[in-house]
Design a protein. Structure first.
Length: 539
């Protein structure tokens, strides 16, 4: 029989023997791992039972069961100090697999340049550990303030404990390590170090990392760099907003079995708005980190912060302190409701009777064409043209009108188009040409700046999503635009908007889909088509 997978226990013991509390009244004392931290590290350093050791060519990251790990926890849980301790281990501790122990084998710090005198006695058959010869570590976050959540506690964790003898300089910009290694920080505004060799990358607050702020690209680049060096990543975050499709969400929802995910969520039947139940939620997600349980978190202080934030943004409070994945409270459509209307098996067939929505821009934002099949209310993205995320590229970009023309012409050729509603802003001449080509009763101007009309159309669309009268093919770009749309209350009712002016998070497909669905409703109401009862396969 082969060996079972086993945790590199020497690594966990090393942390508590070498890392210290970085601040507060207990500064300089041994850093004791909470149970949730022990559980995380036990899985992160779980060695594959089938791996063998070759001193000339040791197996690095692939010696472990998990390629990367991710911990999702509430605000003030202690993720920053935990990650700082993780960095210390990967910098100078036994973070790599060094073979299976025989009787009498030990890990002796003195053999690795540390004079603290600690010796770990291995049990026969357990995995042994060794340090990286040249550790290259990048602490990465969206902003400098967030990297300082780790780097700011890493320095005193080293300076006030046994590691000060081994890591003699902890600079403001980077830390130089024995053997020529180093610890750097990387943010969205300082990505010059991307593409460098790395052995360990702690990525902080990945719930904020999105394609729009270019941090998804940072994550992918670092993952590739780690793969080339046999290194690994550790991701931490608060619960994410599901409307943003963040790196945290992507990693949590991926089908990869070699990503360890630690996410303690409270029971769904507890209401965060209810004070008594909210306190129960906090007790569950903070657990042993609460002072009443011997930890560092004051439950009353958390409750006060949560209560204050609830008055302004209950969804944010629930994510930050309740450790729940909830959409921003001003989201127009809950992404979960939208996802429930998805069916990837839906296909537009030649000859299908459809309506089309069009919302256009020339330079900024996006231009899109969406089809809605009349029989079943299913939505399909025919085409989208988005301005580039890069500001310099966006400044030179224009919508390729010829491509839009070609996609529309093909739609009229392939399908039976009953009606097309177009918001003609910036496109009046082109919309007029389409009307001449396909008929003025088919291609119709539909101005979205008519407040009462658009409020009614948006409400009909929203109701159709919630009640299951509308379906879509699960197109990721359309889903992203729907998720980006925020509610804005006007005297006439709810309209949709971006999260802020000039935001790179587009919503144009959402408006285009509304126009397509509105056109379908008007065609049915006109009596020109009989609405068919339709059941989506699998629902």
């Amino acid at each position: 029989m082969g060996r079972e997978n086993q945790t590199l226990a020497v690594a966990l013991e090393w942390i508590e023997r070498h890392c210290v509390v970085p601040d507060g009244f207990n500064r300089g004392r041994e850093f004791r791992l909470y149970d949730y931290q022990l559980e995380y590290f036990s899985n992160f350093y779980l060695v594959r039972g089938d791996v063998e050791f070759d001193a000339a060519d040791p197996v690095l990251g692939p010696a472990f069961v998990y390629r990367r790990g991710m911990l999702i926890g509430p605000q003030k849980l202690g993720k920053g100090p935990m990650t700082a301790a993780h960095v210390c281990l990967e910098a100078v501790g036994p973070a790599l697999f060094a073979g299976w122990a025989s009787a009498g084998d030990v890990y002796d710090c003195r053999q690795h340049g540390c004079r603290c005198g600690w010796v770990y006695d291995y049990e026969p058959g357990e995995p042994m550990g060794m340090p990286w010869p040249t550790p290259l570590i990048q602490i990465t976050a969206l902003s400098e303030e967030q990297t300082d959540n780790i780097y700011g506690v890493l320095r005193p964790m080293i300076e006030f404990g046994p590691l000060a003898d081994l890591i003699t300089k902890t600079g403001e910009e980077f830390i130089r390590l024995p053997g020529g290694g180093r610890i750097d920080t990387v943010t969205s505004s300082a990505q010059s170090r991307l593409g460098q060799r790395v052995t360990f990358v702690p990525q902080d607050e990945v719930g904020l990392w999105t394609r729009q702020n270019q941090m998804s690209k940072v994550a992918d680049t670092q993952f590739r760099g780690l793969a080339g060096m046999g290194g690994r990543a550790s991701l931490t975050s608060n619960a994410w907003d599901p409307s943003e499709n963040s790196v945290a969400q992507q990693q949590f929802e991926s089908n990869s079995v070699d990503v360890y995910r630690h996410f303690k969520q409270p029971p769904s039947n507890l209401s965060y708005r209810n004070k008594v139940e909210r306190r129960k939620i906090h007790q569950i997600v903070y657990g042993e980190a609460l002072k009443q349980n011997g930890g560092h978190v004051d439950l009353d202080a958390i409750e006060a912060e949560a209560h204050d934030l609830i008055e302004r943004d209950v969804a944010q409070a629930e994510r930050f302190f309740g450790n729940r994945v909830v959409a921003a409270s001003d989201s127009w459509i809950d992404p979960k409701s939208w996802d429930e209307r998805a069916n990837p098996d839906l296909k537009l067939e030649p000859g299908d009777r459809i309506t089309i929505g069009f919302d256009g821009s020339l330079r900024d934002d996006s231009t899109a064409l969406v089809a809605c099949r009349i029989d079943d209310g299913a939505l399909f993205l025919l085409g989208v043209w988005e301005s580039p995320a890069d500001a310099d590229a966006a400044a030179e970009w224009e919508v390729p009108v010829g491509e839009v023309d070609a996609v529309l012409a093909q739609a009229f050729k392939d399908f039976d188009v009953a009606r097309m509603y177009c918001d003609p802003a910036y496109w009046q001449d082109i919309v007029g040409r389409w009307a001449n080509e396909h008929g003025e009763k088919i291609v119709v101007e539909w101005w979205t700046n008519r407040e009462r009309a658009i409020v009614a159309a948006l409400e009909r669309f929203h109701t159709a999503v919630i009640t299951g009268q509308l379906w879509h093919d699960g197109n990721e770009t359309m889903s992203r635009h729907i998720a980006n749309a925020k509610r804005k209350q006007t005297r006439s009712g709810v309209v949709i908007r971006k999260e802020r002016d000039k935001s790179p998070r587009k919503i144009d497909i959402a408006m285009t889909a509304v126009l397509a669905y509105e056109a379908r409703g008007d065609v049915i109401a006109s009596g020109h088509v009989q609405k068919k009862k339709f059941k989506v396969a699998g629902f």
